[in-house]
Design a protein around this ligand. Structure first.
Ligand code: SAJ
Length: 405
């Protein structure tokens, strides 16, 4: 039996996927409300294909509880909060979960950590727990996930995976559990390599996005259309430039690369600069907005609205979102004025002056900053009427009143 600890964005789909592929799974979360919701037959976030997967897992007999189970394999998938000032993860939830696992795990059990952790976290924080508890019999494994919000169910099935283990035989055994559903290739390695690989993957994406963001700034100064430059450059067989945008959000890409900068401050200069470039984008978009307002003689910030609160399109996750970053800068520039915000994917109130329908949003607006290219508006600038559009995602097409990055 597998006990999945932590039923959030990663733990829940992973538990459901295993259960629906014949593995006996119990999902555990300390949040009683979340467990009650799942037991009442409802999923806890929106994701393509998740409801169907949930139904299949229920049919296969998955259980949800607040209690840790006595079983042979534990998969810890709890959050790793990020300290913005220190630029470090706080492994407190991983440590707490591992401690509880050690208090119930039978001899020879396997403890898999799926949560994203910075390199050396297992050596620094988890291994000592085993020593303190006298549980040298427990097998440690790190199996970082790679699925992308918005396409999680497909990627869980098809992505390649990494399993880091002290003992290669244990690594292979855990690989077999994941192979119950994973059709990708599973690489078995040691724990430190697995930790580093995960962070390197997200760093690779961060620096590549930073490159395109810098290109956008260069092309603006040079009077060129960055999207057209990238489109044509990408025809080269060995060039694949990502899309510039209003900033980089989510809990991974703007966060994980800082682990390398923090641990190797003298060496990770290129990575630091890339992160700073990405972090400069919300303010850059704000400046584009202020310039457009000036050009059109608009001085009242109440005529400006922001469409999109999530960190990217067609997800409901607002963590580290460029819009939240931009609203912080706006406090300084447009102080005293409330800028309306609307996101069809975010029903709960996240920011002041958030509205909950397009109609209410557009009422009285002259300028819309399209921070997220949700399907609702992608390629459909008419959804905003004939307003001035600030379009850092390049989803509104060309037009006299469209301001790209
Ligand atoms: N973004 C751009 N331009 C692009 C692509 C993305 O500005 O061309 C922005 C997005 O709008 C978003 C941010 O970057 O704000 C991050 O989005 P994303 O889609 O690149 O990645 P995440 O954070 O949703 O998921 C990433 C993935 N990592 C990689 O692609 C290397 C995913 O596979 C990981 O599992 C996930 O991080 C994680 O949990 O670590």
């Amino acid at each position: 039996m597998v006990n999945v600890i932590g039923l959030g964005y990663i733990g829940l789909p992973t538990a459901l996927m295993m259960a629906s592929h014949g593995v006996e799974v119990v999902g555990t979360d300390y949040n009683k409300e979340l467990v009650d919701t799942l037991n009442a037959g409802h999923t806890t976030f929106k994701e393509e294909g998740l409801d169907e997967l949930f139904a299949a897992a229920l049919k296969a007999g998955i259980k949800f509880t607040n209690e840790y189970q006595v079983c042979d394999t534990y998969i810890v998938s709890v959050p790793t909060p990020y300290d913005k000032l220190d630029k470090k993860i706080d492994p407190c939830y991983v440590v707490a979960a591992c401690k509880t696992v050690l208090s119930v795990a039978p001899k020879g059990a396997t403890l898999v950590i799926e949560s994203t952790i910075s390199p050396n976290t297992v050596d620094r924080f988890v291994r000592p727990l085993l020593e303190e508890a006298g549980r040298g019999d427990v097998n440690l494994v790190h199996a970082p996930e790679r699925i992308i919000p918005g396409n999680m169910v497909y990627e869980l099935l098809h992505n390649n995976r990494t399993i880091g283990a002290d003992d290669p035989e244990v690594g292979e055994a855990v690989a077999k559990v994941y192979a119950s559903f994973c059709q990708g290739e599973i690489s078995v390695t040691d724990i430190r390599t697995a930790e580093m690989t995960k962070v390197v993957e997200n760093t690779y994406r961060a620096v590549n996005i930073a490159f395109s963001n810098e290109l956008a700034k260069i092309c603006r100064i040079g009077g060129m259309d960055v999207a057209e430059v990238i489109r044509i450059a990408n025809k080269h067989p060995r060039v694949s430039i990502l899309n510039p945008g209003p900033g980089v959000g989510g809990h991974c890409i703007p966060v994980d690369p800082w682990f390398l900068v923090g641990d190797y401050p003298e060496t990770a200069n290129f990575i630091r600069l890339a992160l700073q470039t990405n972090a400069s984008m919300p303010e850059y978009v704000l400046q584009r907005t202020l310039d457009a307002m000036k050009e059109h003689g608009i001085t009242d910030a109440a005529k400006v609205g922001i469409y999109g609160l999530t960190y990217k399109e067609d997800v409901d996750d607002v963590r580290e979102s460029p819009t939240l970053q931009m609203l912080d800068s706006m406090e300084e520039h447009l102080c005293g004025h409330a800028v309306k915000v609307y996101d069809p994917w975010v029903e709960r109130d996240v920011v002041p002056n958030q509205v909950h329908s397009m109609e209410e949003f557009l009422d009285g607006l002259e300028v819309v900053v399209v921070m997220v290219g949700h399907s609702q508006v992608k390629g459909r600038p008419e959804a905003f009427g004939n307003r001035i559009l600030i379009d850092p995602r390049n989803v509104c097409g060309d037009g006299e009143k469209v301001y790209k990055l």
